[in-house]
Design a protein around this ligand. Structure first.
Ligand code: ASP
Ligand code: MG
Length: 437
């Protein structure tokens, strides 16, 4: 059994959906996870925002535009009058549901129900398409088996039990179509796995069903060894370890959602990144195999804020870091990078919504400096301490670039540097030339 996930662009038009159908109708048993058609979830968020503000006209305008788009896709997707009609009925019922919220009270529960409509639509449309073309498939409602607990973490035992129950009830079937992103929460309400969460769904499903492989289909040929927007001649990486992939996914390699590596890693199921535009290309395979003595990739993350706290009280004291971390925790702000000296600590954050409160609180413990608009550049590869020389190669490449923070040894796979945004492009190119060319 395999799990194949197709993102919003891969199912973004009727034509693209037909191409996906060609990729999955090879007779092998599989679960096909679909995102909403591209742009849909953004529109649903916009609708919800209008409804929160009780601006029903604003909401209706976006709803109507979206409905027109879907009606057109339905006409393009099906050949027979019968299925065009079924498709239009489907679209109508989902949009009536969305419109039903333009009269009532609007809270986060209604918002989540609205956000779920994109995946419900794309999967039902796709299921009809397969049916019209004579392929047998089962529509597997994610709301029946995908669940998060009170801490918003996936309820793995429940997912495993429910999913396998449904799969074994349909043991004679081969193709299961299901929604990415959506789930129920601990109270049974409709919820979701956060934006971009369809990759996470695929990984959780793969782990629960003990799949042979999880495939993430996008429109790029796997993860690249550098950012193609800033560096020429980047190459797709043939294989990565789970740990390397997790580091890269966090650092802007938008192709894979960072959370989705863990379930696959825990279940030791390989994840393959494939390209719908070039289905024969081998893409990137992510598994437990760690390539020795290899620098796999360079990546960067923008919009980083660095905060330095200096204090004589830190000298030879314990408990200082805890106090500092508690402040970030109280504002639910994750820390990314951290470096310390005997009299100070520097941390970086990418979520600066509570920056001023955090800085205010930190002033209780020391002098605080803030640097905004920084970039973390990271080198991912086999950076275990025994591999001598990589750090000096990296620093040699960057000898002309001012470096604000360095983090090495946090894992065996990452060396991170904090630099100015203006130096990012040059740094990525210098590293690329030194490490890969
Ligand atoms: N449709 C959802 C989003 O746009 C989930 C996903 O595509 O992964 O965030
Ligand atoms: Mg995505």
């Amino acid at each position: 059994m395999r799990v194949l996930k197709f993102g919003g662009t891969s199912v973004g038009t009727a034509q693209r959906m037909k191409e996906v159908a060609d990729l999955i109708t090879d007779g092998q048993r599989k679960v096909v996870v679909l995102s909403a058609m591209s742009g849909t979830t953004n529109s649903l968020v916009e609708i919800a925002n209008y409804l929160y503000k009780k601006n029903h006209d604003g909401a209706n305008e976006v709803i109507n535009q979206l409905e027109i788009k879907y009606k057109q896709e339905i006409k393009d997707l099906y050949k027979t009058e019968d299925f065009k009609l079924k498709g239009l009925e489907l679209v109508k019922s989902h949009f009536e549901f969305i419109k039903s919220f333009t009269i009532d009270m609007f809270t986060v529960f209604e918002e989540k129900a609205i956000l779920a409509q994109g995946e419900l639509l794309s999967t039902a449309m796709f299921h009809y398409y397969l049916e019209e073309n004579g392929y047998d498939s089962v529509l597997l409602p994610a709301l029946d088996y995908m669940r998060i607990d009170k801490n918003n973490e996936p309820d793995s035992n429940y997912i495993k039990e429910k999913l396998n129950e449904i799969l074994s009830e349909n043991s004679e079937k081969n193709v299961f179509i299901t929604q990415g992103y959506i789930c129920r929460n601990a109270f049974g309400e409709i919820d979701n796995l956060q934006r971009g969460g369809s990759d996470y769904s695929a990984s959780l499903i793969g782990a629960a069903a003990n799949a042979d492989e999880i495939q993430i289909w996008t429109d790029i040929d796997g993860m690249h060894n550098n950012d193609p927007r800033y560096v020429e001649n980047t190459k797709s990486i043939s294989d990565l370890s789970y740990d390397e992939a997790a580091e890269l996914a966090y650092f802007g390699a938008k192709i894979l959602h960072p959370t989705s590596v863990l379930p696959a890693k825990l279940a030791n199921i390989p994840v393959r990144l494939l390209n719908t535009m070039e289905p024969k290309a081998s893409g990137t395979i992510i598994s437990s195999k760690q390539n020795k003595e290899r620098m796999a990739a360079v990546a960067a993350k923008d919009g980083i804020t660095a905060i330095k706290i200096k204090s004589g009280r830190m000298l030879l004291a314990y408990g200082f870091l805890r106090k500092v971390f508690e402040i970030f925790e109280s504002y639910k702000t994750p820390i990314d990078m951290i470096t310390t000296s005997e009299v100070g600590v520097s941390v970086t954050i990418d979520d600066d919504r509570h920056l001023s409160e955090i800085v205010d609180d930190l002033k209780k413990y020391g002098t605080v400096d803030v640097d905004v608009d920084k970039v973390i550049v990271c080198v991912v590869g086999d950076l275990i301490a025994e591999n001598k020389g990589y750090a000096s190669t990296i620093f040699d490449a960057l000898k002309g670039i001012p470096i604000r923070m360095i983090s090495y040894g946090g894992s065996n796979y990452n060396l991170s540097l904090l630099i100015n945004a203006d130096d990012k492009k040059e740094a990525l190119n210098l590293l690329s030339n030194k490490l890969f060319n």
